[in-house]
Unconditional design. Structure first.
Lengths: 113, 117
């Protein structure tokens, strides 16, 4: 049973560039959430997708956008990268019908120079 | 707004001893869920244990147990028989929305646990 997968593992970008991160949820899960974790801090909620629509959004600017595909996989896009966007980006999946399973992927470490 | 507080930035424990990691929460929702995650240096967030607000008994998963005191709004993680591999960052988190309306998690600042041999 495959868990949550994310790609790429590491990424280095330059200020002003755009980046796309990808996530495949755990088998049986239909809801994907994205979190940003700055060094030494707890993860912060970016947004959540269910049925290919953004359902909840945290306090992040419009530079952060996403998409969910019919197979429940998801992408996180960040435009006009800033140095402060350097962080570990975590994807979590769950089933809409339950709230007691929240499994995370290994994360994508983004460095903006 | 919901909030999670972890007051212990770092903890040390001797191998094979038990350790308690503190977590207090604040919410006005009657329905909520509490999670504990382990994050080793590799970065992956590993699910440990879950407690629902209506669960009558404290959750247990192997060496992990959750000491849930609803009136005090605390959800402490107890790790029994600590192992060197338990050294990691530990996060307490709360499912913010009532079931069926979203599963956003709010995290605490974390506690670094170091197990000594």
């Amino acid at each position: 049973d495959a868990g949550v997968t994310q790609s790429p593992t590491h990424l280095i970008k330059t200020r002003g560039q755009q980046v796309t991160l990808r996530c495949s949820p755990k088998s049986g899960h239909d809801t994907v959430s994205w979190y940003q974790q700055a060094l030494g801090q707890g993860p912060q909620f970016i947004f959540q997708y269910y049925e290919e629509e953004e359902r909840q959004r945290g306090n992040f600017p419009d530079r952060f956008s996403g998409h969910q595909f019919p197979n429940y996989s998801s992408e996180l896009n960040v435009n006009a990268l800033l140095l402060g966007d350097s962080a570990l980006y975590l994807c979590a999946s769950t089933s809409r019908g339950t709230g007691d399973e929240q499994y995370f992927g290994p994360g994508t470490r983004l460095t903006v120079t | 707004a919901q909030k999670i507080t972890q007051t212990q930035p770092g903890m040390f424990v001797q191998e094979k001893e038990a350790v308690t990691l503190d977590c207090t929460y604040d919410t006005s929702d009657p329905s909520y869920g509490l999670f504990w995650y382990k994050q080793p240096s590799s970065g992956e967030m590993i699910f440990l244990i879950y407690q629902g607000s209506y669960d009558q008994q404290n959750a247990t998963e192997g060496r992990y147990s959750l000491n849930f005191q609803k009136a005090r709004k605390s959800a402490n993680l107890v790790i029994s028989a600590s192992q060197l591999g338990d050294s990691a960052m530990y996060f307490c988190a709360m499912r913010e929305s009532p079931l069926g309306y979203g599963n956003k998690l709010v995290f605490g600042a974390g506690t670094i646990l170091r197990v000594k041999s």
